[in-house]
Design a protein around this ligand. Structure first.
Ligand code: GLN
Length: 233
């Protein structure tokens, strides 16, 4: 399982969100604290953010190399800042290709989306082209085709079609952030300046709360709503 993170709030740098926290994605790439599937996340990383200065378009930097080995990203990350970020480090599922295009976040041009988990691609019906044959990329294409706004319906449907699936999603479009828990961990830190959703807390701040399994988190206009998904595992 991968580890992912979403941010919606005041502009923060990618270094501040991913590299500097004592248990941030950088440390989670080699020493995650709560990972139940896999020991490390060395099969790539991705950072996506919305560029408010240029019409709010999503921009991405993805790599198939371990995050800890990327000195160029570490050098530039302090000056890449955004109000809305989706980032991930990857532990590839057996049989999935290790390539940048298989690494979250995926995009349809409006949303950035990360999947932490595994799904049988045969239960996914989409005619839209996925960025990679990787299960997460195919799932992202299926969600984009349905509309990310209907994530709360799509995830229970996919979960019913594939009872072995783990379907933790973080997605954002610059003004809204959605996340699901379906088989793996997710924590939230709601501070004065914004909301972080992360597979695991990136520090020991006592304000982190754990989101229960089979829930949807919806962050919009400074409001956070956590609701149970339709089906329980
Ligand atoms: N199944 C996805 C992949 O292979 C995600 C894996 C994960 O969550 N570790 O990339």
């Amino acid at each position: 399982m991968c580890r992912h993170l979403g941010w919606l709030g005041r502009p923060r740098s990618l270094a501040e969100l991913m590299l500097e926290p004592p248990q941030g994605l950088l440390v989670q790439s080699y020493a995650p604290r709560r990972q139940q599937h896999g020991l490390l996340n060395a099969d790539g990383w991705g950072a996506g953010f919305f560029d408010a200065a240029n019409g709010g378009v999503p921009r991405r930097w993805r790599s198939a190399a371990p995050l800890w080995s990327d000195g160029s990203f570490a050098s530039i990350a302090p000056v890449l800042a955004s109000h809305c970020v989706v980032a991930a480090v990857r532990s590839a599922t057996v049989g999935m290709p290790i390539e940048a295009s298989a690494t979250a976040p995926f995009t349809d041009g409006s949303w950035l989306l990360s999947h932490n988990g595994v799904v049988n691609r045969e239960v996914l019906t989409t005619t839209d082209r996925a960025e990679s044959v990787c299960d997460s990329a195919v799932l992202a294409a299926a969600i984009f085709a349905r509309g990310v706004d209907s994530l709360g319906e799509v995830i229970p449907e996919v979960g019913a079609a594939d009872p072995q699936a783990r379907l933790n999603i973080v997605a954002a479009n610059g003004s809204r952030m959605l996340a699901t828990t379906w088989g793996d961990t997710l924590s939230m830190l709601h501070g004065a300046d914004g909301v972080v959703l992360a597979s695991e807390p990136y520090d020991d701040d006592p304000r982190w709360v754990d989101i229960p399994d089979c829930h949807l988190v919806d962050v919009h206009d400074g409001e956070v709503r956590v609701t149970a998904l339709g089906v329980t595992r």
